[in-house]
Write a protein that binds this ligand. Structure first.
Ligand SMILES: Cc1ncc(COP(=O)(O)O)c(C=O)c1O
Length: 460
């Protein structure tokens, strides 16, 4: 359904006058339209002009089951009619209970306790608060530091920002919450020269850097290590073989908690309900958000091990933390309906069955001079763009600005593909299509990228 020219103009005017877009240069819309997405269906979304786009990023790594699912929308509406709101402060409601039990069932190991939030940042921050209070309760009050990886994104609220490893989005908000410590990520394409081409050795070195950081900081001061199963920022860094096994050993040796930040990687993105399952490691906490509802309502949370809960389960001990809308009944009902779709359609199985085809379709792009590397797992890929394939030389700040903001972001969207051209690390195109996608969508992604990246090369 398209809107009239007058309606479109009014919406554009109001968007420019009243709405503040996140992480967006508002000035970039001074002479052009704000893209206004009005509806979605399956893996596609439609703008106010009626133009269709393949949602190659699932919105923002969110829309796992795709758009326009009536049964999920109706589950939310039914819950709003029955009990729109009640807090999880001292009370419970049936959908939060049912969802907590279902998530505990799906999660690996003894992650049996669910603390809900409304977002990923709150989940990440809640895990840090839990780690701090847990150690205070158990006689190790000096443990408060958290280790995370360079370029990794863990959220924007002040605590989560201190864990995030992107200097540019932190510096305007300094001073940071104390305690954030950075270690190298698992970007093998840009690994230090001494690692050579030995991926397993690189993984051991990157894991051992966590141990060195713990020793440097003082083992008794470190509370937790935060890692995504596949790091998103920087353009999809999967873990080298043996990496998580070694990290788990190190965490156990020094009594440090392992937090698997699965805000993106959980709920089928890597072909399993949780990324930790795919790579065979056992976290102490899993943080989640995004795909748990496929975006039909906001929800996040953390899955916590029985051992971490234990000091809070008797006497006056209380986790002194709460959020009004956390585990909102409508969001919990929507999450349950979302998980029903996952089960009915075996979406993790669909990802496992098709991921090789997705990879090989994207790898066709490797013949383009601008494509340095195609990397990722499951339905989660980054394509690194380079100026020189042989030397892996990247673009300077000015070229990156012209290429990504000046051309690629608009050109990809104009060509009908929602994805992200990002240069928070080296310039990359990020892809994370809905889990219902198949070969026809992979081909569409490849064709759009081929033509837009070919054009981009002529403009450098
Ligand atoms: C790994 C990771 N952690 C945390 C967050 C923060 O989530 P939110 O934007 O819901 O606060 C994100 C968001 O993209 C993320 O990717």
């Amino acid at each position: 359904m398209t809107s009239s020219v007058d309606d479109i103009a009014k919406v554009q005017e109001a968007a420019k006058r009243n709405l503040w877009l996140h992480f967006t240069r508002m000035s970039s819309y001074a002479d052009g339209d704000v893209p206004v997405i009005v509806r979605g269906s399956g893996p596609y979304v439609f703008d106010q002009h009626g133009r269709r786009y393949l949602d190659g990023l699932s919105g923002l790594f969110v829309s796992q089951v795709g758009h326009g699912r009536q049964e999920i929308a109706e589950a939310g509406a039914r819950q709003a009619a029955e009990l729109a709101y009640f807090p999880l402060w001292s009370y419970a409601h049936p959908k939060a209970i049912e969802l907590a039990a279902r998530l505990a069932d799906l999660a690996p190991g003894q992650l049996n306790r669910v603390f809900f939030t409304t977002s990923g940042s709150e989940a990440v921050e809640s895990a840090w608060k839990l780690a701090k209070q847990y150690f205070k309760l158990t006689g190790q009050p000096e443990r408060y530091k958290v280790i995370s990886r360079e370029i990794a994104y863990h959220g924007t609220s002040m605590g989560a920002l201190a864990i995030t490893g992107l200097a540019d989005i932190k510096y305007p908000f300094e001073p940071m919450t104390p305690g954030g410590v950075r270690v190298p990520n698992t970007n093998f394409y840009r690994a230090p020269a001494f690692v050579g081409d030995d991926l397993a050795a690189f993984g051991q070195w990157a894991a051992d850097e966590i141990e060195r950081a713990i020793l440097r900081e003082g083992p008794n001061s470190v509370a937790a290590v935060y890692l995504e199963p596949v790091q998103n920022s920087g353009g999809c860094f999967p873990p080298p073989p043996g990496y998580f096994e070694r990290v788990r050993e190190i965490c156990d040796r020094y009594g440090v908690l392992l937090v698997s930040d699965e805000v993106i990687c959980a709920f089928g993105r890597l072909g399993y309900y949780f990324g930790a399952e795919r790579y065979g490691y056992q976290p102490d906490i899993i943080t989640f958000a995004k795909g748990v509802t496929s975006g039909y309502a906001p929800l996040g949370g953390m899955l916590v091990s029985d051992a971490l809960m234990e000091p809070f389960s008797s006497g006056a001990a209380t986790f002194l933390h709460g959020i009004t809308f956390a585990g909102h009944p409508v969001s919990a009902a929507v999450a349950l309906a979302n998980l029903d779709v996952f089960e009915k359609e075996d979406l993790p199985g669909n990802v496992r069955a098709n991921e090789a085809a997705f990879r090989s379709t994207l790898e066709k792009l490797a013949d383009l001079p601008i494509v340095g590397e195609v990397r990722g797992d499951g339905y989660f890929y980054g394509i690194e763009l380079v100026k020189d394939k042989a030397t892996r030389e990247t673009f300077d700040a000015d070229e990156s600005e012209r290429l990504l903001r000046g051309f690629l972001s608009h050109a990809l969207f104009d060509a009908g593909l929602v994805c992200r051209a990002d240069d928070r690390g080296d310039p990359v195109i990020q892809l994370a299509p809905p889990l219902i996608c198949g070969q026809e969508h992979f081909d569409q992604i490849e064709q759009v990228l081929r033509s837009v990246l070919t054009e981009a090369w002529t403009r450098i």
